[in-house]
Design a protein around this ligand. Structure first.
Ligand SMILES: *Cc1c(COP(=O)(O)O)cnc(C)c1O
Length: 378
């Protein structure tokens, strides 16, 4: 995969490197109230429900302007009320952010905090649900992008469902790139955004939610602009977004969805991302970098590598050296160890990963960092 314009590859979890066709789809202006644009919105909503294998009678797809966090906030506000109590499963920045959002909107919650890189386990969730029967809902991040861990969604969903609770999933960085079936897995609310595995550009997120929950959310929102129910009700009635939509982003997203289909849907995309990850991890270990996670928890989305102990290694210099070679990497987000992250999503393939590995070796020798080939995981 080559860039048509000379610009660096984004090895980041979104915004990410998009195709030329997706960028080109933005070279036209659209009337936000016009029927042509409304048809794009309706088509995107239908396609997202199909991708989630969500029955359209049972679930609705509601897009929301803003970054992914705006959609998470609107979903939490709609799907919970002040009498509810939410169990927030945390193992990184995005679980923490959900707790912060609940706190700010005056919702009650308890947390299971597993630190930086351990997964919440289904049996731990079961114990907490029995210990705190007043819990009404559980919040889980599917791929916790701050470490790259893929949390055990299906097994936790089963436990939550068995206990008769509502499950809210932040599938921001996994939806479209890792199979998720609402027909098979009991998920009540799923949130994702345009600029992750579907490979669109930033500008909106979307919430796939049980219609019954959406209807119960009428009047609950703490915010005018992030009122998910009001957005849905208005969209159903008029076909339009309630306030100015990111028109170019929505049209680019429709183009990105067509490419997703051509690649073989979620399975095709997951296969490419997995090849990217495997080439990356193998090559990085050969250079001498260790991964934070054991192999079984590595997502095909993004991988955290531990910074080497060599005093000559410094992240900012490494970043700059890779940038000058055409690659933007991502800083780490761990509290305890020095690390950095490399994304596998976007318009990248294993050949791009191989050129990245060559650039890495160049960058390290320029910095005077010499690693001995070993493999270490925490
Ligand atoms: C990207 C991401 C978000 C949303 O982040 P924004 O910066 O608001 O787009 C939320 N959760 C996860 C797991 C993410 O990867």
């Amino acid at each position: 995969m080559t860039n048509s314009i000379k610009e660096p590859y984004l090895l980041t979890p979104g915004p990410l490197t998009t195709s030329h066709a997706t960028k080109a789809a933005m070279l036209r202006d659209w009337g936000s109230w016009d029927d042509d644009f409304n048809q794009v919105t309706a088509d995107v909503r239908t396609q997202l429900l199909a991708m989630a294998e969500a029955a359209s009678g049972e679930y609705a797809c509601v897009p929301m302007q803003g970054s992914g966090t705006f959609a998470v906030e609107s979903a939490l506000a709609c799907a919970t009320d002040p009498n509810d109590k939410v169990l927030v499963l945390m193992n990184g920045a995005y679980g923490k952010r959900a707790a912060q959002l609940l706190h700010m909107m005056g919702r009650r919650y308890v947390t299971l905090d597993k630190g930086d890189y351990l997964p919440p386990q289904p049996n731990e969730v079961a114990v907490l649900l029995e210990q705190y029967p007043e819990i009404t809902s559980v919040f889980l991040v599917h791929c916790e992008t701050s470490s790259g861990i893929l949390n055990p969604l299906e097994a936790i969903a089963e436990v939550v469902h068995t206990h008769g609770k509502t499950l809210i999933v932040d599938a921001m960085s996994s939806f479209g790139g890792v199979p998720i079936s609402l027909a098979k897995t009991p998920i009540d609310v799923l949130v994702s955004s345009a600029n992750k595995c579907i490979e669109g550009v930033p500008g909106f997120g979307f919430v796939i939610i049980r219609k019954a929950l959406l209807e119960a959310g009428k009047g609950r929102a703490h915010s005018l602009s992030l009122d998910l129910y009001a957005q849905w009700e208005y969209m159903e009635r008029t076909g339009q977004w309630r306030f100015t939509p990111p028109t170019h982003t929505v049209v680019a997203f429709q183009t990105a969805l067509a490419q997703h289909r051509e690649e073989g849907g979620v399975r095709g995309r997951c296969a490419r991302y997995t090849r990217n990850r495997d080439a990356l991890v193998k090559g990085m270990r050969a250079i001498g970098f260790g991964t934070l996670l054991e192999d079984g928890w590595l997502s095909p989305i993004i991988t955290t590598f531990l910074s080497p102990n060599d005093p000559a290694f410094e992240f900012n210099a490494f970043y700059a050296a890779l940038k000058s070679r055409g690659f933007l990497i991502y800083p780490g987000k761990l509290t305890e160890v020095e690390s950095f992250r490399i994304g596998c999503i976007g318009q990248l393939d294993a050949a791009v990963m191989e050129t990245l590995l060559v650039a890495m070796q160049d960058a390290l020798s320029e910095m005077g960092v010499f690693l001995s080939s070993h493999s270490r995981s925490a």
